[in-house]
Design a protein. Sequence first.
Length: 278
Amino acid sequence: MTSSIAKPASESDLNCGCGHDHLAPSPSGEPLIHAENLTIKFGGKTAIHDVSLTVHKNEIVTLIGPNGAGKSTLLRALLKAIKPTDGEIWRKHGLVIGYVPQKLNIDPIMPMTVERFLSIPDKRPLSEREAALKDVGAHHTLKQAVQSLSGGEFQRVLLARAILRKPDLLVLDEPVQGVDFQGQTELYKLISRLKEQSGFGILMVSHDLHIVMAETDRVVCINGHVCCSGAPTQVSDSPEYLALFGGQTKPGLAVYHHLHDHSHECNHDHSSTMSDEA
């Protein structure tokens, strides 16, 4: 449901489900979207329970968790695709969201250039489409068939399509899927640069617990509920982080290993199969 709950106060971080508060710097931007105590059930099965989340202007929040953790279910609720069973969602008035889906199937025999693809569903001037492609480093693809693009090129085109909306908030559902390691690193850096240039907020999803981009401002681990959250640089140095995730790093990336050997006060079964695919 879209609620008229009061605009959320600026928060330093979400409370950690393990009982520890891993403080992150207070976001400088205004809140764009806030979910409070969301619970979503499908046919009596709980997909997510008591999840709260805020994304501010000019910050990147990354959701991580295993398959079936409820990440895509949470996204669908934030995008108004499904209604929560319980809880509330506040959105900034007039909020514009740019969305990059996890999967987008295009008929392989349908002739479609990138130029045309960027005009669907909203017709945009060619100059704007070209500018968006230049922003993501994919101007060379303008006249190419969408079906001929590499995984990395296609993800850049999807990003261009999303920023054409001039969004306040970018929602990226596993934006590096189907891209090799080097391409993933480049895309992460691109996403961070776009945020710095445009100032929009970004909510990004990954099912891979080991790789989260170093540029993210906050990481939220979800497995049906919020397991833990915080600023990567602070959480990774804390004893609580080491107990929950372990700590390894690679250049340009913060690597999270979720041991999930801590207890939570929640009333759903982690072992059950969730309705969510991601």
